[in-house]
Design a protein around this ligand. Structure first.
Ligand SMILES: NC(=O)c1ccc[n+]([C@@H]2O[C@H](COP(=O)([O-])OP(=O)(O)OC[C@H]3O[C@@H](n4cnc5c(N)ncnc54)[C@H](O)[C@@H]3O)[C@@H](O)[C@H]2O)c1
Length: 300
């Protein structure tokens, strides 16, 4: 029991066996939509490592099966299912599979993203409407459906935690990626709506906003040039960009009872990318120039 300064006690133990073994999700069941590759695969693996049984639901079912194999090889429990998150029946099936297989659904991670559409996602004046529609179907209808069926399952089992993957791109305008940014901003409002509507039933809903995360996809010709990636990386305050595990640690925390008082939150996990002034890089170059002209090596 924890007692605070005004004498109120909270019925939580901080030295339970579960926490000691770091299996803070033991006994829980999770569905990770878009868990086959990249961030989602990292999250599925960490949730399993922390003790959760995981359904990996993805359009790329063969890749989802590989993620499940990796989880099983590490001693975790997981199952793969083919799921197009824009199709209501598929999403419902994935949730029902988790309920049937593991008895309940405690954690839903809505992470699928139509990343292959990003290169065709143009400024508004040149934006093909079908790219807008397809982006919204995966990036926004998908999380809404994951919340809809996740909430229904959690109401049956007495509560749970939903984590929606948004993006740093939700917070500011970009020169391109119109549909992507709008879909990720809308996910933040979806998150607040679900948190507000179902908090009293023990269901929490939070969003994570990753910065730049190194994933396998970036090796394909379909993605941003290395120049562009370097410019993006230079706008992070950390001297490195993320790997999927950096996002997974935040997701595992939000999924756990350690985050029992956190809901409706937009959680930036972005290496400080959205924390600084817009002119950060210009200022940094100016400061570095001044430092180099006054450094001992350059004096005299
Ligand atoms: N990588 C980054 O830098 C970054 C930054 C911010 C946010 N994000 C977000 O993180 C999430 C994962 O992205 P990622 O970078 O790991 O890319 P990724 O392409 O590796 O992962 C996306 C996953 O979603 C799946 N998917 C795509 N369409 C689907 C559909 N209709 N139904 C079911 N699954 C579908 C893909 O098969 C894939 O497994 C996305 O929502 C993305 O917007 C990524």
């Amino acid at each position: 029991m924890i007692t605070n300064e005004i004498g109120m006690t909270a019925a939580i133990s901080i030295t339970s066996e579960v926490e000691m073994t770091n299996e803070i999700l033991r006994g829980k069941s999770a569905v990770v939509f878009g868990g086959a590759t990249g961030i989602g695969a990292g999250c599925a693996q960490l949730l399993a490592e922390r003790g959760a049984a995981v359904v990996v639901a993805d359009l790329a079912v063969e890749a989802a099966e590989l993620t499940v194999e990796r989880i099983s090889a590490a001693g975790g429990q997981a199952a793969a299912v083919r799921c197009d998150v824009s199709v209501e029946e598929d999403v419902e099936n994935a949730i029902l599979l988790a309920e049937r297989t593991y008895g309940r659904v405690d954690i839903v991670h809505n992470n699928a993203g139509a990343m292959h559409l990003v290169p065709k996602d143009r400024p508004v004046g040149d934006l093909p409407v079908d790219i807008w529609d397809q982006t919204m179907a995966v990036n926004l209808r998908g999380p809404m459906l994951g919340c809809k069926y996740g909430v229904r399952a959690m109401l049956r089992s007495g509560g749970g935690s939903i984590i929606n993957t948004s993006s740093a791109a939700a917070l500011a305008g970009e020169l391109t990626e119109t549909a992507y940014g709008v879909s990720k901003a809308a996910v933040l409002q979806l998150t607040r709506s679900v948190a507000t509507q179902y908090g009293r039933y023990g269901i929490r809903c939070n969003a994570i906003l990753p910065g730049m995360v190194a994933v396998e996809r970036q090796a394909s010709a379909d993605t941003a040039s290395s120049d562009l990636r370097e410019a993006l990386a230079a706008n992070h305050l950390t001297p490195y960009i993320a790997v999927p595990a950096d996002i997974a640690f935040a997701v595992a925390f939000l999924a756990s009872s350690e985050a029992r008082f956190v809901t409706g939150h937009s959680f930036s996990v972005d290496g400080g990318m959205t924390a600084h002034q817009p002119m950060y890089l210009d200022l940094l170059r100016h400061v570095e120039k001044q430092e180099s002209s006054t450094s001992p090596a350059s004096v005299g």
